[in-house]
Design a protein around this ligand. Structure first.
Ligand code: SF4
Length: 711
């Protein structure tokens, strides 16, 4: 039913991985205001400036409202027939693996589930990946190595219950503002709670830091290896925990000691003051309730997985895990990066958190997805991860790609090359809610999708909490839900029986049932949400936020994982992983002497299709910029507010110089948000070379090599 005037509807913010609950006030026609949902455990009524401006970003201006095929507006039947027939022709001529999908952490879990089932299950291609690869893939790979499963152990409450919170590679104040507010409030309540910020840049997050370590970019693994060796040398290991619950300490320690373990040597390698470094080591080692919270500064690196494991090693070595206020805690960037992981939205996953190599997984999913005479044809090995996927498009190996709710022409590294690859790809299908994005220049078929406030489904935030997004506004023109679009294509391809969904609640039910289907292993039980299966429409509509796993053993969800010290590895022990620190892939040179760092600004989201609509959000940073230290600016002959350009091997980025005392010498920082549609010369993706972590496939977005010159 349509909302009535004054009705309050609870939904979830569509921006960052904090996943705040939003209460929307409706006047019967439109959303008049928003406020934080006091009952949502992620935010308890708080919202950041982006969330509180959500109602100012709505409206149909600029929306995609009709399907297009080869540049002509068409009706839905024509568009869906074209998608189906061209995908079928591609598979007939070039094989199943010539078809690919590239998804987004903006999609809802139900959309993700249908995409995974359609592409991997029934089109038979393994090549389905997501822009979440750019966000948290290294954290996923590290959890699997350490715990045997991609399982985030902590809850937000742990941040408040800790005695020490270590923020590494995270500008929490800007990128996860409500979590920052919670941490700040916890520190005010408990003056004994210490905060350490480890980041090359002095950011607003440092406002609450008791200790700031402005380390050399890329030296994080050396620092945490040094901490592990220091804990061992000072007899600060939790030997009982290590003995009972872990394996691999000797190998991890040996690797850590391959570099000089003296504090002065570690400090020199990380470009830190040795006294400050030892203070951090002492604080970490002497407190049990430590949360290390890390984000893209750790993940977006060619050694991102190793960096995550170096952090996890220290937590395992100190027994700082599975307790209130303790654990290594990766925070995702996007609203539903976690939900995508749950249903197999990564190229190396199969479905329901199962990997291809999980014993019996392919057969188990095949049995579950078999419908009458219709049997899925699952691939038997992983597909291409984001950067590799577009390289395969460039080679002509992938002949058809369907891109949903994301803009790889801007956001992937070496974006100019991605554009060239898309330009020669025979079939590019784009589902989006906006009409004019950089990607549309390459689209053969364009499909108008619904957006936040129009669609129903679920998302999962960084603490494993599943929340409902609720539709409350009619879609503009002929925009349709992503899941509906894929279901209609599946029907035209002859897969109707397996895609007979009429409502997202039915998709969620199937997802929940699959998570518990023939569940035997420890890993499977961790991801089991079968306790949420069987909800009728009303129960699904009324679903309140809950953390997985949710099953017979944990009907009300699970706040913290691994409390019993039992992990999802074959032995039940967590693994300390030997880490050998590596420098960033892109070396500095005389031609490109500056280290490039990239990130978000406080009030913008991704390519600004939504946030740029709110004037007050544009006021914070109105144009592309380059943050430079005053000393570098003087040496390079540029001054504050002057226009300048950065040049790398792959591209150029121009913006206004902002002098920043928080910027280390020899390093520059630029925002990721601006695209050709806003500024022809400020495309961050074009500036970044495409180097990836070989384990996670995550691109190195924090360590470019550039030169700077005035415009
Ligand atoms: Fe939205 Fe993140 Fe802000 Fe919460 S912190 S309101 S989820 S952008």
């Amino acid at each position: 039913p349509a909302p009535t005037s004054g009705q309050r509807i609870c939904t979830t913010c569509p921006y960052c991985g904090v996943g705040c609950g939003v209460e929307v006030i409706h006047d019967g026609d439109m959303v008049t205001s928003v406020q934080g949902d006091r009952d949502h455990p992620a935010n308890f009524g708080r919202l950041c400036v982006k969330g509180s401006a959500l109602h100012e970003t709505l409206g149909h201006h600029g929306r995609l409202t009709r399907p297009r095929v080869d540049g002509r507006e068409v009706d839905w039947d024509t568009a869906l027939d074209s998608v189906a027939s061209r995908l079928a022709a591609t598979r007939t001529e070039h094989g199943d693996a010539a078809v690919a999908a590239y998804l987004s952490g903006q999609l809802l879990t139900e959309d993700y589930y249908v995409a995974n089932k359609l592409f991997k299950g029934f089109l038979g291609t393994p090549h389905l990946d997501t822009n979440s690869r750019l966000c948290m893939a290294s954290a996923v790979a590290a959890y699997k190595r350490a715990f045997g499963a991609d399982a985030v152990p902590c809850s937000y409450e742990d941040i408040e219950e800790a005695e020490l919170v270590v923020l590494v590679g995270s500008n929490l104040a800007w990128n996860h503002p409500v979590l920052y507010q919670r941490l700040k409030a916890a520190k005010q309540r408990n003056p004994l709670l210490r905060v350490v910020v480890i980041d090359p840049r002095v950011t607003d997050t440092c406002e609450i830091a008791d200790l700031y370590l402005g380390l050399k970019p890329g030296s994080d693994a050396r620092l945490f290896n040094g901490l592990l060796a220091w804990m061992a040398d000072k007899q600060r290991l939790d030997t009982i925990y290590l003995e009972k619950h872990t394996a691999g300490l000797d190998e991890a320690l040996a690797a850590a000691r391959e570099d000089d373990p003296r504090i002065e040597a570690i400090a020199a390698d990380c470009d830190l003051d040795s006294e400050a470094l030892e203070t951090f080591f002492y604080w970490f080692a002497s407190q049990l309730h430590v949360v290390t919270l890390y984000s893209q500064g750790i993940n977006q690196s060619t050694s991102g997985t190793d960096k995550c494991n170096a952090i996890i090693n220290c937590h395992l070595a100190g027994g700082k895990l599975g307790l209130p206020g303790a654990g290594p805690f990766s925070i995702t960037g996007q609203p539903n990066a976690m939900g995508g992981r749950e249903v197999g939205g990564l190229a190396n996953q199969l479905a329901a958190h199962m990997d291809y190599h999980t014993p019996g997984a392919i057969e188990r999913v095949t049995r579950f997805w078999t419908t009458g005479d219709l049997t899925p044809r699952l691939p038997n090995s992983p597909g291409y991860k984001a950067v590799e996927l577009f390289n395969a498009v460039e080679r002509g190996e992938i002949q058809a790609v369907w891109i949903m709710a994301t803009n790889p022409a801007v956001s992937l590294p070496d974006a100019n090359r991605v554009r060239a690859a898309l330009a020669k790809c025979p079939l590019v299908i784009v589902s989006d809610c906006m009409a004019d994005t950089d990607l549309m220049d390459y689209a053969d078929i364009v499909l108008p999708a619904t957006s936040w406030s129009e669609k129903d489904g679920t998302v999962t935030n960084s603490e494993r909490r599943i929340s409902r997004q609720r539709g409350m506004l009619p879609p503009p023109g002929e925009a349709r839900h992503d899941w509906w679009i894929m279901v209609e294509v599946a029907k035209r391809l002859g897969f109707d029986a397996a895609f007979a969904y009429t409502h997202p609640g039915e998709i969620f039910d199937e997802h929940a049932r699959l998570s518990g289907f023939e569940n035997t292993g420890e890993g499977s039980r961790l991801f089991d949400i079968s306790g949420l299966a069987g909800m009728d429409r009303a129960a699904y509509d009324a679903l309140t936020p809950i953390q997985w796993p949710v099953n017979r053993a944990a009907p009300f969800g699970t706040e913290r994982l691994f409390e019993d010290g039992h992990f999802a590895t074959p032995t039940g022990h967590a693994a300390l992983v030997p880490v050998r620190p590596r420098a960033p892939e892109q070396a500095l040179s005389a031609a490109r002497p500056l280290r490039l760092n990239t990130g978000r600004v406080r009030d913008q989201w991704h390519t600004m299709t939504r946030t740029a609509r709110a004037p007050r959000l544009m006021n914070h940073r109105a144009e592309p910029f380059i943050e430079v230290s005053p000393a570098d600016a003087a040496a390079l002959g540029v001054s504050d507010q002057q226009l300048a350009c950065l040049t790398s091997r792959t591209g150029e980025y121009c913006g206004r110089i902002r002098l920043s005392k928080g910027q280390r010498r020899g390093e520059v920082f630029i925002p990721i948000h601006w695209t050709d549609r806003f500024s022809m010369a400020a495309r961050t993706g074009g500036l970044l070379e495409a180097h990836i972590d070989s384990l996670s496939g995550q691109p190195e977005a924090k360590h470019g090599a550039v030169s700077l010159a005035p415009l």
